[in-house]
Ligand binder design. Sequence first.
Ligand code: SF4
Length: 885
Amino acid sequence: MKTIATTCPYCGVGCGVLATVDATGVQVQGDSEHPANLGRLCSKGSALAQTLDLKDRLLDPHIQGQRCDWETALNKVANGFKRIIREHGPDAVAIYGSGQLLTEDYYVANKLMKGFIGSANIDTNSRLCMASSVVGHKRAFGADSVPCSYEDLERAQLIVLVGSNTAWCHPVLYQRMVATKKRNPGMRVVVIDPRRTATADIADMVLTLRPGSDAMLFNGLLSYLDEQGECQTPFVENHTQGVAQALLAARETAASTQIVADVCQISLKEVETFYQWFATTDRVITVYSQGINQSSSGSDKVNAIINCHLFTGRIGRVGMGPFSFTGQPNAMGGREVGGLANQLAAHMDIENTQHRQAVQNFWQSPAIASKAGYTATALFDAIAQGKVKAVWIMATNPVVSLPEADRVIEALKKCELVVVSDVMKNTDTAAYAHVLLPAQGWGEKDGSVTNSERRISRQRAFMPSPGETRADWWIICEVAKRMGFAEGFNFSSAADIFREHAALSAYDNHGRRDFDIGELQHLTDEEYNELRPVQWPIRQGKGTSRLFADGEFYTDNRRARFIPVIPQAPKNKTSDDFPFALNTGRVRDQWHTMTRTGKVARLSHHHPEPYLAIRAEDARQVGLVEGGLARLVSRWGAMVGRVKFDHGLVRGQVFAPMHWNRVYASEGRVGAVVNAVIDPYSAQPELKHTPVRIESYQPQWHGFILSRRRLRIRGASYWAMAQGENYYRYEIAGEQLPENWPAWARSMLCSDGMDINWVEYLDAKKHAYRGVRMSGTQLESCVFIGPNHDLPPRSWLAGLFAKPALSAEEHRGLLIGKAPVGEVDAGRIVCACFSVGINTIEQAVRQQRLNSVKAIGQTLRAGTNCGSCVPELRGILAGLNSPRG
Ligand code: SF4
């Protein structure tokens, strides 16, 4: 048995994980010594061990769908890139990377493109995540510096959460805030979001402002702080510049709190209370995330927030500051190595001649990119236009995640050479690859990541690499060597690369650049392996919790800059044809495009299908019913999802999750619907606002299948698949009626030709069909079809797959889809950690008169592990205790 300390591969919190490997498999638990999580894990992190099987793993290199050896695949990539560069120049090739890559992988990818190929055409899915924060930081501080630490969240007196569903997207930090608020009830939390989310559960005030009006709110705040005499004059005079212009812009655009209230569509009292709390509280921390960044004016929104902190001097001290939560586990590491198309390595600037010279000298490289390359959306446009002829996509799934995602497909179809490095073989993007390269997954690879608080942690291997999988850094270096760049890529380990990365951070630095981990450049392999989590910059053997404590910034004159902000509405406006504003985001239990979390049964039940959330009043106006299907349409594409009423949305808004893809649903990619409008400074797409219409999708029949085997669904115009314990769940619907229901069902469920033990019921007039197949004493599959979506509940039926033999009552209940008397259908899963369903919770609350989340936890265990479902439990209690409940 061995226990290895490593880091969670999902969100930007960067939790420490202890992975214990023994003869029975792998167990994970939170690392109580890791400063990011102090032992906690969320539902996704707790389920990491269930993602480690080899199902659907890419285990060998492939060319045009045929397995091949590494030599052939590497030569194919290297020769393809070389030929295209020779014929069309270095800007005709590109890399599209990911915040899932480890820093060492990112470092060599960036080195290859910018220093050896000589083009800056390397961008990353982090462009979709926090590029606006990078711009905001650089404009204000002169460097991409995050000033705060997680510890500050526990020392603050007021936490302002803007555009951040922290409860679902950064759950462990949310739990830290919950615990702090319990200890210190005087601490206030303000949640600012057009959608009332689970995060509102700890809020003292929720501002459900008009989508996109955040800059107005913070301009108004700046103006208010000035009027109230809250300027920290010594700090502003001695350590900042540009305050007059920023104040002028704020006063002109947000002339009064009433105007702010009108524009943001919140009450005057709410605006005034928020402003008063901010003005009168010393330790204020403003957390912002994708709700701010994913906007056509995201950079300005970031600076509108930072302006207020600079004005009050609330930066660089305990419990205060503007704090960007990154989405991905290594978005920050990517920024450190220059993984964005407009950066150089080690926080150096591509437009700066001295920086270019320094990087080239350090690398001893034949070239250095002299101008910014294509950013994410522009890159796929350039591929479509034939300007970029070879692209290497690493650890990301742009066919799902990029806006106007159908155009990404068209671009890849036209591209001469598409190389995809991934751990999974069946991603939506892999379908368009000429060359597929099998990468090591979490638990197999070795390197480092940096979380939202600048903390570098090691991801350590604790399992052998399966099949022919290799480390991303190894694959990149081998291609580089075959392109003739052996001298720059003779690395023998991740530690080797880390040492060079650390040395570059100190090269020609002299305290002028924030990112400095030069003291780690001489780590031995053993010391690298033992490296404890540490926050950069590292000076005199110590990490740094908080930046700017001395009031010195990284601009030329060391003064922070105020940025005048003119609030902008979202670029594309709603109209009669597209009257709703689409907002996109995460759900609690899934990660990105579900390639890993989609495999875990207990993570699939909270939201088993793509859905479209809408206010009930809006839904009824356009003829939608809860639980029915709807089609979401924009000028760029369409998707289909299950209708879910959500009173947390403001009127005119629709929310759809970002995760679903063609592996898990027929038409669930919201990326196909989203506009590719970008912020002019950060090139970050406006994923939070697309004009759409939503219309009822009315197929002729609805149904579901539960099956022990994975199926190829036939004859359905809509399907969505979720993984259960011992079964797969398919929600299906069709626009055409099959000619013969029994034949249709058997073609899928008895494809082995054995229709033995097949029991069925058909009412052709009512389009009602049910079929059940047993295999010995076990349930093998069942199918339920009806004219509308009102079908038997799935949970009880699904539970039968875990039974070695069914009772006579269960047999009888099967075809009618009804649990025997005394058995409860658990309903949709609320607590993923202990698989507790909504029906079980509601029944327990009613029958046992449970009146608190604690009582539910004591009775059912729900909410007692990661805590992510606690806001929902509170909502259930409130609903049942309301007059109608
Ligand atoms: Fe992983 Fe983020 Fe959950 Fe921590 S909060 S366990 S880093 S997904």
